[in-house]
Write a protein that binds this ligand. Structure first.
Ligand code: TZD
Ligand code: CA
Length: 520
């Protein structure tokens, strides 16, 4: 009879989960034994980095990804990074080793007490099979749940289960798919509401980019000349940021969103929560006389919204219906040129760094950004016209940038990947540099060194708490850290040197001394 291990390896192989991101302990070794040759194990040196790399890989490929973590200590280390994967809706299948069944109750070392509760608030589903023979089915459930719910899952498996033998009919050659098309009546009503609107606006979320709908969203905006915003706190870019119809990223305060949408009688939100606010800026949710319709396949994002009507459905189907059934009022496509980059009295202004990226990198470059005080500079200087070009930690959990860039480059070897990361953020995922060097992943890491937690200084002003301790980070030299992890690195302090380094491409770290700015 086959072993649990063999049945599970074959199931994972059939379902394309052959790239395993992990950091092992003794509980995990029996699962990793005899991995078929089609598997690639990607080692991360810290579990936050393991999950960050897997998140990048999942977002790059759009497919469920297997993560293998150590029991409670390893899983706990992964939780911060998991918050990002929850909000980017990345289908990560987290598996962790448990002590042998007979040792869990007596809390032997490395027993994961209440394993299924540990991750419960974050994952779509968590489980620990009641018997060894149920392990294959539980693995399949963990994969299918992650895929259909688009949310991470967690499975704890006692390590003595892997060598158990099970009936050969536990093969699990099955599939689970989800279809979420709206009814004809729902579509007709939505199209009619749009047609009747005097001055509609479109607000797009990261899910539009995840679903590969970037170009279709542009086609619809142009078809009807709809002013288009990106929903607050974006983790991906669903629309070209210099397009003539682009109105910007909506601010992340309640009152500020309302002011921005002034004058529109209908706001159609596709593929986003309503909304991911951040700064507490009270006010009306919408301007007087503005109605909102949200289309999302995320039922939770629909039910928890404080305003508007929601349709839980695939936004892609709705986009196609709107394209097919609304009369054209087209706009000539075009792009607004970037302004001249701002300069600074000493060090480079972040706008100069981003202008250099824009000018030196190919059009299909992928940017993983984790620099928190440079938002407005970024959108002023970048000109991103393709889907899948921009990624940001979806829950604001730092430690995503470096690892996700590595996972992204592994998942999309056809596109160059640049990580743009602050000198604060870089520390939370720094060991990803080792994985990049170890597996020869060609990422260009650009570290913006302004010597401070810039965003927190800005927040301090906003909250009326300036000059709090713990916001200055002098004395960091990422070139020396990078070299220790095996990544070639240079420091640049002028534009010419920066452009010369960026032209080289490939695996390297460029440390740029930058002038502190504020996010708005
Ligand atoms: N820890 C984690 C895991 N996530 C966080 N978001 C924070 C702490 C708090 N935090 C922010 O929200 S922004 C920020 C911190 C510490 C400063 C990041 O500094 P940076 O970027 O150097 O990367 P800027 O451009 O200087 O702000
Ligand atoms: Ca900084």
């Amino acid at each position: 009879m086959p072993t649990v291990r063999r049945i599970v390896h074959e199931f994972l192989e059939r379902n394309g989960l052959t790239t395993v991101f992990g950091n092992p302990g003794s509980n995990e070794l029996p699962f990793l034994a005899d991995l078929p040759p089609s598997f690639q194990y990607v080692l991360g040196l810290h579990e936050g980095v393991v999950v960050g790399m897997a998140d990048g890989y999942a977002q790059a490929t759009g497919r469920p990804v297997l993560v293998n973590l150590h029991a409670a200590a390893g899983s706990g280390n992964a939780m911060g990074a998991l918050t990002n994967a929850v909000h980017s809706r990345s289908p990560l299948v987290l598996t962790a080793g448990q002590q042998v069944r007979s040792a869990i109750g007596l809390e032997a070392m490395l027993a994961n007490v209440e394993a299924t509760n540990l991750m419960r608030p974050l994952v779509a589903w968590s489980g620990e099979p009641a018997t060894a023979s149920d392990v294959p089915r539980a693995v399949a459930q963990a994969v299918f749940e992650a895929d259909v719910q688009r949310r991470p899952t967690y499975l704890s498996v006692p390590y003595d289960d892997w060598a158990q033998e099970v009936e050969a009919d536990t093969v699990l050659d099955r599939s689970v798919r989800r279809g979420a098309a709206p009814t004809e009546e729902q579509l007709a009503e939505l199209v009619a509401r749009f047609e009747q609107a005097r001055n509609p606006a479109l607000v797009l979320g990261g899910d539009i980019d995840t679903a590969g709908l970037f170009d279709r969203a542009v086609a619809f905006a142009e078809h009807r000349s709809v002013p288009t915003w990106v929903a607050p706190s974006p983790f991906r870019l669903p629309f070209p940021n210099r397009h003539v119809l682009f109105r910007g990223v909506l601010p992340a305060g309640i009152g500020a969103v309302s002011s921005a949408l002034e004058g529109h009688d209908l706001v159609l939100v596709l593929g986003a929560p309503v909304f991911r606010y951040h700064q507490h800026v009270p006010g009306p949710y919408l301007p007087e006389g503005t109605r909102l319709v949200q289309v999302t396949d995320d039922a939770g994002a629909a039910t928890r919204a404080p305003m508007g009507d929601a349709l839980i459905a695939d936004p892609g189907v709705v986009l196609e219906a709107l394209l097919d059934r609304t009369a054209p009022r087209p706009t000539e496509p075009g792009y607004v040129p970037n302004p001249e980059p701002a300069t600074a009295p000493h060090a480079l202004h972040p706008e100069q760094v981003f202008a250099a990226l824009r000018d030196t990198q190919p059009d299909d470059a992928i940017y993983v950004v984790e620099s928190t005080s440079t938002n407005s500079a970024w959108w002023r200087q970048m000109d991103l016209r393709r889907g899948g070009s921009y990624f940001f930690p979806a829950a604001g959990g730092l430690g995503f940038g470096l690892p996700a860039a590595v996972g992204m480059a592994m998942g999309r070897p056809d596109r160059p990947v640049v990580a743009v990361v602050g000198d604060g953020s870089a520390n939370y995922g720094i060991t990803a540099l080792w994985s990049a060097a170890r597996y020869g992943v060609p990422v260009t890491f650009v570290i913006l060194r302004n010597g401070t937690y810039g965003a927190l200084r800005w927040f301090g002003e906003l909250l009326g708490t300036p000059d709090v301790p713990g916001t200055e980070i002098p004395g960091l030299d990422f070139t020396r850290i990078a070299e220790g992890y095996g990544v070639p690195a240079t420091t640049v302090s002028d534009e010419a040197a920066l452009r010369a380094r960026l032209a080289v491409g490939g695996l390297q770290l460029i440390q740029v001394d930058t002038y502190p700015t504020s996010p708005e």
